[in-house]
Design a binder for this molecule. Structure first.
Ligand SMILES: NC(=O)c1ccc[n+]([C@@H]2O[C@H](COP(=O)([O-])OP(=O)(O)OC[C@H]3O[C@@H](n4cnc5c(N)ncnc54)[C@H](O)[C@@H]3O)[C@@H](O)[C@H]2O)c1
Length: 363
């Protein structure tokens, strides 16, 4: 365990409080009422050494909260947490969310749980489908079970992938999910996240657990790795090195990219919002761009001489791949519940990634 402040033993401490209780209109839980927690909460972030989790850690610490991160560093890294590692209200535990003994201690010690740990990234999912399914399903099962045992509010990070091949624009939370065949391993990610959603909603319905599901659309920003297929860091890294920018498929497929700062602010607001309990909420940006235009934009913004090269999915992934043409979020529910509105344009967001990648060794 790494901790900024004085060492604290990692020991079971028994139940911390009265548990979930209904009090007028608002649900109170854990040792303190929700409004008090907004001022001073102890958050457990699973997968907190990853891209989104590290930004969430920083935001919570800046707001005066305490943060514990559990991460097995499979795709995340301690360097993502460099700005907070020495913070006295921060601690890091290197372990898996699948370790129930350690997770029981950590969930018991916290007020709220942000569950972000997952196998993420199309490249990783296609290469390691067993790990994807086991991490995303069993890891969530453990985390939800313990959140229920200790009556802690939990936020589940789900994904727009669950909308699958539905061609509707924009996607609303109650739209159909349309997944491809099980022989395409990419759908295992969406399917695993759907199981997570079902389980979370079941805990809410059956046991009254305060749970909120955030369906995140493509999120980008500093620290995202291009290693597992994420398109923005991959394009920026290639453009900065003057290497070919590889576009998979026709390049006509479009995506909406959200600034990680907008996302982590939304996650905290969802945690603080009792009306969001039991809800699935899209978080994203409505600004769509085709992958071809994204490549052109990044090449122009980096003043790069990189050429573009088109690769079939089979060439890119070594097997056939089922892709989706477009994916745009309907953000009205997030607007209603937490006043969510993306604060950054795509150009501003891309600039943060370019600035970050320029500081990385080898650029
Ligand atoms: N980045 C996006 O565009 C995006 C979009 C939709 C949903 N999400 C969801 O947001 C969450 C965070 O994604 P991210 O982009 O930060 O990815 P990431 O890979 O950077 O973060 C995931 C973290 O989980 C950790 N992890 C994996 N397995 C673990 C285990 N068994 N125990 C403990 N830690 C483990 C990894 O080491 C990593 O630090 C994920 O749940 C993901 O599905 C992300």
């Amino acid at each position: 365990m790494t901790r900024g402040g004085p060492a604290r033993p990692l020991e079971p401490q028994g139940s911390r409080g009265p548990g979930l209780r209904e009090d007028g209109g608002g649900v109170l839980f854990g040792r303190r009422a929700l409004l008090e927690m907004v001022v001073d909460m102890k958050a457990l972030i699973t997968g907190g050494a990853g891209f989104i989790g590290s930004h969430l850690s920083e935001l919570l610490l800046r707001s005066g909260h305490e943060v514990t991160v559990i991460d097995d560093l499979s795709t995340g890294s301690l360097s993502n947490l460099a700005p907070v590692l020495e913070h006295r209200q921060f601690e890091f535990v290197r372990d898996s969310v699948r370790n129930e003994t350690v997770m029981a201690i950590l969930v018991n010690q916290c007020d709220v749980v942000f569950h972000l740990a997952a196998a993420v990234g199309v490249g990783l999912i296609v290469k390691a489908p067993v790990r994807t399914l086991e991490t995303n399903i069993h890891g969530t099962e453990v985390t939800l079970g313990l959140a229920n045992k200790f009556r802690r509010k939990i936020l589940i990070a789900s994904t727009s992938e669950v909308y699958g091949k539905n061609s509707k624009v924009p996607f609303r939370e109650d739209d159909d999910t349309v997944l491809g065949p099980t022989t395409f391993s990419r759908w295992s990610y969406a399917c695993s996240k759907m199981v997570d959603e079902f389980l979370a909603l079941a805990y809410h319905d059956q046991w009254g657990l305060p749970v909120v599901i955030s369906r995140l659309f493509n999120t980008v920003g500093p620290r995202q790795t291009g290693q597992y297929g994420m398109v923005v860091p991959r394009f920026v890294q290639k453009a900065l090195r003057g290497e070919e920018v590889e576009i998979y498929g026709t390049g006509k497929q479009s995506r909406c990219f959200t600034n990680v700062s907008d996302v982590v602010h939304a996650l905290v607001k969802l945690m603080e919002c009792p009306a969001a309990n039991g809800e699935v909420v899209n978080i994203g940006s409505p600004e769509a761009i085709t992958i071809e235009d994204l490549a052109d934009k990044i090449i122009a913004m980096t003043h790069s001489k990189s050429a573009k090269r088109h690769l079939s999915y089979e060439e890119a992934y070594g097997r056939p791949f089922d892709d989706l043409q477009t994916r745009v979020p309907d953000l009205s529910k997030a607007g209603r519940l937490i006043g969510y509105k993306p604060g950054s344009t795509l150009t501003e967001t891309l600039q943060t990634v370019i600035d970050y990648e320029r500081t990385q060794p080898g650029k």
